[in-house]
Design a binder for this molecule. Structure first.
Ligand code: SF4
Ligand code: SF4
Length: 356
């Protein structure tokens, strides 16, 4: 046991009392509910991380956000270097193609039918493949461990919680149809790319100047936003402060893709019923509002393997990520290392094969 049951009850009771009295802010609640760092708790780093996956996930999110910002900065430098006559051209970071998902989907069909990696934005296709593999292995973990928009969305919701004391949840009658929106958007792109375009159309589009400069157009879109763009972004930011994961839950087609692939993943959150005391803290902590405390295993497409339920559970080894068959526990550190490893392998493979 990492922390005895009695100790954990005491801590949780104190947190609840503090929360009710309004004397504990969320930051303090989190500090209290977490066991101390491994050096001080006497636990091995691995056991500590198993009981405290929040910091590991947060670290992964910050690292990936840093990588995205670096890619963005290099791409801006590249953009201005090609615009300024006489200036040495800064090399273009291939990782920017991660932000061209429609082009990647088209390249995926092109590769599927011809066996050839299309030479325009090849890194986009490889990154798409990496996300597919991550989603198959660890469900929607891309959204909660990697995606900078998922991270931003979480931070906006945290800000909303600080301002309003809570995040708002849409009523069931609105939540269900709105959740379908992201699938409709994804379905539309899949229908157009896979069923409406011939191979010749696809080749023509992939070779077109529009596709070749899609990354530059995307940058220009954000460098010179129209009034409509600013208004839409402001509305999205405002609503994301009120409703947790508004973008990821209702609108993101990439989220729909990772959710669909995640449905056939061999991993899921599993509850050990004999040790569960049915306190409901897991369900309360779940950002996807899943009734974890009433499930044996979480099969929902909305589960992003964020492990907040595991973090919130006061009884050690009651909630964990497990494979279906053979039934094995997957430690949070393994998830983090596997995600990082898949991206590293993708880059190395891309460089060695000339597709990066
Ligand atoms: S699984 Fe959920 S309900 Fe059961 S003890 Fe853990 S937090 Fe409480
Ligand atoms: S069930 Fe657990 S891992 Fe899945 S979204 Fe909810 S809190 Fe995250």
């Amino acid at each position: 046991m990492l922390i005895s049951v009695n100790e954990s009850f005491l801590v949780n009771d104190l947190i609840e009392i503090g929360t009710k009295q309004g004397s504990l802010r969320k930051k303090d609640q989190l500090k209290l509910s977490r066991p101390p760092w491994p050096q001080r708790s006497g636990l091995s780093a691995d056991s500590w991380l198993q009981a405290n996956p929040h910091r590991l996930r947060r670290t992964a999110q910050i690292v990936f956000l840093g990588i995205c910002l670096w890619i963005g900065w290099r791409f801006v430098q590249f953009y201005f270097s090609i615009l300024t006559p006489g200036q040495a051209i800064v090399s273009r970071p291939p990782g920017v193609e991660a932000f061209l998902p429609i082009s990647a989907l088209m390249s995926a069909r092109f590769w599927f039918e011809t066996g050839i990696v299309h030479p325009v934005h090849p890194a986009g296709l490889l990154i798409f493949g990496a996300i597919l593999l991550i989603s198959f292995l660890f469900r929607r973990s891309f959204c909660s461990w990697v995606c900078p928009f998922g991270f931003l969305s979480e931070k906006l919701a945290d800000a909303g919680r600080r301002i309003f004391g809570r995040n708002f949840r849409l009523p069931r009658w609105a939540d269900w149809p709105l959740r379908a929106l992201k699938y409709l958007l994804l379905g539309f792109f899949v229908w157009v790319i896979f069923f409406c375009m011939s191979l010749a159309d696809l080749r023509a589009f992939l070779n077109s100047p529009f596709n070749q400069t899609a990354d530059v157009r995307l940058l220009q879109f954000f460098l010179h936003p129209s009034t409509i763009t600013i208004t839409v972004l402001a509305v999205l930011v405002g609503l994301s402060i009120l409703v947790r994961h508004l973008w990821c839950r209702y609108l993101c087609p990439y989220g729909a893709f990772t959710a669909l692939v995640g449905m056939i993943s061999p991993t899921r959150i599993r509850r050990n019923i004999p040790s569960c005391i049915e306190c409901g803290k897991c369900a309360k902590a779940c950002p996807a509002s899943l009734p974890v405390n009433r499930l044996l295993a979480v099969h929902s497409d909305e589960c992003s393997l964020c492990l907040e339920c595991v973090q919130a559970c006061p009884i050690t080894d009651t909630l964990a990520v497990q494979t279906i068959y053979p039934r094995r526990r997957v430690r949070p550190l393994i998830i983090a290392l596997a995600i990082a490893g898949i991206f590293l392998f993708t880059i190395v493979f891309g460089k060695l094969s000339g597709h990066w």
